[in-house]
Design a protein around this ligand. Structure first.
Ligand code: API
Length: 261
């Protein structure tokens, strides 16, 4: 099969996208997706997404991690696929799409910034001196000093493959607070099994945890290795977070065709 693909990135979290509205790519296998995402044998990406047709929605987002397996929600992916939908001619003021964790809304600013509404969060678990929560994907949040000096691959891997998380896996975020409304996040991603330049659901999780700690923000600027995102949300009483929006750039990098064997 020949795959017509589009490469996108959102703060350095990069994806292969394909228009699957006629189901022509639905038969892609785990091995084929893993190979396409491989940075030496393939196009190279943190994940692959299919844009599917879905009644009642502008589109459906089907997301696969770089290991070829279907992942849980991807925040940067959701922002990139919205831009992709726009480029395919699906023009809306308010996009409505469905992903693995349910319904999402998204908007594209005149300056190209894409904002994505994330699912509500109603539980943040304490785990020793760290935190665990699900923002569409499961996240482990570890507060640290000097996040740039951390060996994210090694330390992230140790947590991800520890007894508590080995079976299901978890995404591990190391977070440094810079000022009252600014944090830096570095993420070890499950399914990529490496550090990525940015993880949207991880950035969202980190922003919520810092509010949960009553540091008082509801509009948090988050720096990642690949750029800056903002997270806006309302805290509705104890441990209930709603109207969570993840905002930042999402750009097409190139497009092409590849023969998939
Ligand atoms: N990069 C993604 C997270 C992908 C989730 C995936 N790593 C999984 O746990 O299935 C993001 O921007 O939110």
């Amino acid at each position: 099969m020949t795959l017509k693909f589009y490469k996108y990135q959102g703060t350095g979290n990069d994806f292969i996208l394909a228009d699957n509205r006629t189901n022509q790519y639905s038969s892609l296998t785990t091995d084929q997706i893993r190979r396409l995402c491989d940075r030496r044998f393939g196009i190279g990406a943190d994940g692959l997404m299919l844009l599917n047709q879905k009644a009642g929605y502008d589109f459906e987002m089907k997301y696969f991690n770089a290991d070829g397996r279907e992942g849980s929600m991807c925040g940067n992916g959701g922002r990139c696929i919205t831009k992709f939908a726009y480029h395919l001619g699906i023009h809306r003021i308010d996009y409505k799409f469905i992903a693995v964790d349910g319904d999402h809304e998204a908007e594209i600013d005149p300056d190209g910034i894409v904002s994505l509404k994330m699912k509500d969060v109603d539980k943040i678990r304490r785990f020793h001196s760290d935190f665990i929560l699900n923002t569409g994907s499961p996240h482990y949040i570890k507060p640290v000093n000097e996040v740039m000096d951390i060996d994210v691959y090694k330390k992230g891997r140790d947590i991800r493959y520890s007894k508590d998380f080995e079976a299901e896996g978890i995404n591990v975020n190391f977070v440094e607070q810079v000022t009252d409304d600014k944090i830096i996040v570095r993420t070890y991603e499950r399914g990529v099994e490496d550090e990525t330049y940015s993880c949207g659901t991880g950035v969202t999780a980190a922003a919520l945890v810092y509010y949960h700690n009553e540091n008082g923000f509801n509009d948090v600027e988050v720096k990642t290795l690949g750029g800056t995102l903002t997270v806006e949300f309302d805290r509705m009483g104890e441990e209930k977070y709603a109207n969570i929006w993840l905002c930042g750039p999402a750009e097409k990098v190139f497009e092409g065709e590849v023969v998939v064997k």
